[in-house]
Design a protein around this ligand. Structure first.
Ligand code: RB5
Length: 143
């Protein structure tokens, strides 16, 4: 499985940690940048990750900015993307189980590294439940 990962400068430090962790778990990772703490614009990176997942070049994506808010808004502008911003392991579980989120958003300045890694693992390891949730996800995809 291929995972695309992108951040702005506010998420750069956490991106590198998440990238190392996901690679160590055996996933193939596509690093879409940014590559330093120099200021960049989060819409560029959210859109890039969204397009990489929506086109099928990656199966899933992870986006990180300072809060996770701006970059998740950008990713969600791409048709076919369901990006969930998570600040707890429970949210990570539910955004895969109910929303079938194909991109996870994290806040590099708002979520501690250990919790962020637990969130990533929970999201990766949870299956979409389907059933009544499929109808609702289909509604999202048809907007
Ligand atoms: C960048 O300073 C900051 O605004 C950005 O990382 C993010 O938090 C936006 O939602």
């Amino acid at each position: 499985m291929k995972i695309a990962i992108a951040s702005d400068h506010g998420g750069y430090g956490l991106k590198q940690k998440v990238l190392d962790h996901v690679s160590a778990r055996g996933f193939e990772v596509i690093d879409l940048g940014t590559n330093s703490e120099e200021s960049v614009d989060y819409p560029v990176y959210g859109q890039l990750c969204g397009e990489t997942v929506a086109s099928g070049k990656a199966d899933l994506g992870i986006v990180i900015c300072g809060t996770g808010i701006g970059i998740s808004i950008a990713a969600n502008k791409v048709h076919g993307i369901r990006c969930g911003l998570c600040t707890s392991v429970e949210m990570a579980h539910l955004t895969k189980q109910h929303n079938n989120a194909n991109i996870l958003a994290l806040g590099g300045r708002t979520t501690l590294e250990n919790l962020a890694i637990d969130i990533v693992d929970e999201w990766l390891d949870t299956e979409f439940e389907g059933g009544r949730h499929k109808r609702r996800v289909d509604m999202l995809d048809n907007m």
